[in-house]
Design a protein around this ligand. Structure first.
Ligand SMILES: *Cc1c(COP(=O)(O)O)cnc(C)c1O
Length: 373
């Protein structure tokens, strides 16, 4: 049998999208210009917010929000360790201390019931992450935030187009961020967008991404310390063409997830992603969990040897060596998060993953879990 190679992720770019990017090269606008404004309008429409500010990455967007909300040294923000490192690094950039709360074992999102135990007089905000494209329980989180007068930053970098009870991810925080790295649902190469309903946050985000320049002022009117976190026209042209296909892309991903569920749900020891009523997942990655007693790392290796890319999503942030050094985190700090993280495995997942490949992955996984018990 011919050996397969199945990547973990693969962007889905059409000829129409290639042409849109080429067309930008015939205009004088390569950095900020009209494509960005159109793209921002579309992103705001997806989130149902008044404003959107396109930036150079998801990480840049999160950093801007932390700065724009005035968080700094001495402040604490409650967030999740079961995430990509950027959701917590954006706090360290400003000297803010991330305080990690436990996750819900089914949804893998921050558990609202475990937030209040982490609140101290220094707590200024909550930063939930919509992990793997599943919206966190923003209503419960906002209720806690209201009671304790905290800000809420939504890391929606994995969740464009997701919703809970019909409310889009990105709508309920003070500000939220989407991201477009090539493994995300839609891509611009690099890029991200801040969305918000708050006019002051919007104004600040626009100046912070552009070297602290004042709105409507001259090129050398820098009114504050800012960054070069600008987006560019080539990326915006790609993003605009991609976001026009967002519904189609999310449907394709939903179908791939359904096929996986069908093929995998019969395999003993394998747990497919949890389903909740009223929640629309925007499928980012497809992550299974292995029953305790199955060696996750050996399973991963077994699949990789058969040409199937897979990764242990996520390694808890608080267990990374520099987090241990900087924050004094230790093994055992978050028993539930650590237990879950030892059992998760992200399988290949992209729009055009074929049923034949899914069947192959399922049969290799069935062998692997028998072999790795
Ligand atoms: C992708 C991602 C980001 C942002 O990543 P960039 O590569 O900077 O665009 C932030 N948080 C989470 C949870 C992510 O998955």
């Amino acid at each position: 049998m011919k050996k397969r190679t199945i990547p973990l992720a693969r962007p889905d770019i059409t000829d129409h999208e290639r042409q849109k990017v080429m067309a930008v090269l015939h205009t004088p606008y390569l950095s900020m210009g009209p494509m960005i404004e159109k793209f921002e309008e579309r992103v705001a429409a997806v989130a149902g917010t008044r404003y959107a500010v396109a930036v150079s990455s998801g990480t840049a967007g999160l950093h801007i929000l932390v700065r724009a909300l005035g968080l700094g040294a001495g402040d604490e923000v409650i967030t999740t360790s079961f995430s990509f490192i950027a959701s917590s690094n954006c706090l360290l950039f400003e000297g803010v201390k991330p305080v990690f709360a436990e996750i819900d074992e089914e949804t893998l999102n921050i558990d609202p019931a475990r937030i209040e135990e982490k609140i101290t007089p220094r707590t200024k905000a909550i930063l939930p992450v919509h992990v793997f494209g599943r919206p966190a329980d923003m209503e419960a989180i906002n209720e806690i935030a209201r009671r304790h007068n905290l800000k809420v930053i939504e890391d929606a970098c994995e969740a464009i187009g997701a919703s809970r009870r019909g409310i889009p991810a990105g709508k309920l925080g003070d500000g939220a961020v989407f991201a477009y790295y090539p493994n995300k649902q839609i891509t611009t190469g690099e890029g991200g967008t801040i969305v918000t309903d708050n006019p002051e946050l919007y104004r600040l985000a626009r100046t912070l991404r552009n070297q602290g320049r004042s709105e409507g002022g001259g090129w050398f009117d820098h009114e504050r310390l800012g960054f070069n976190y600008r987006f560019d026209e080539l990326s915006a042209a790609l993003g605009l063409a991609q976001i026009e296909r967002l519904d189609e892309i999310l449907e394709k991903r939903e179908r791939v997830a359904e096929k996986y569920n069908r093929f995998l749900s019969e395999i003993p020891g394998v747990r497919v992603p949890h389903r909740e009523p009223d929640v629309k997942i925007s499928w980012f990655v497809y992550v299974i969990r292995l029953e305790e007693g199955i060696d996750r790392d050996r399973t991963l290796h077994y699949l990789q040897e058969r040409g199937i890319s897979c990764k242990p999503y996520f390694c808890p942030i608080h267990l990374l060596p520099f987090y241990k050094r900087e924050l004094g985190c230790q093994d055992g700090d978050l028993p539930l998060t650590e237990k879950v993280a030892r059992t998760t495995l992200a399988l290949p997942f992209y729009n055009n993953l074929s049923e034949d490949d899914i069947a192959y992955i399922a049969s290799c996984l069935r062998e692997a879990v028998e072999y790795c018990r």
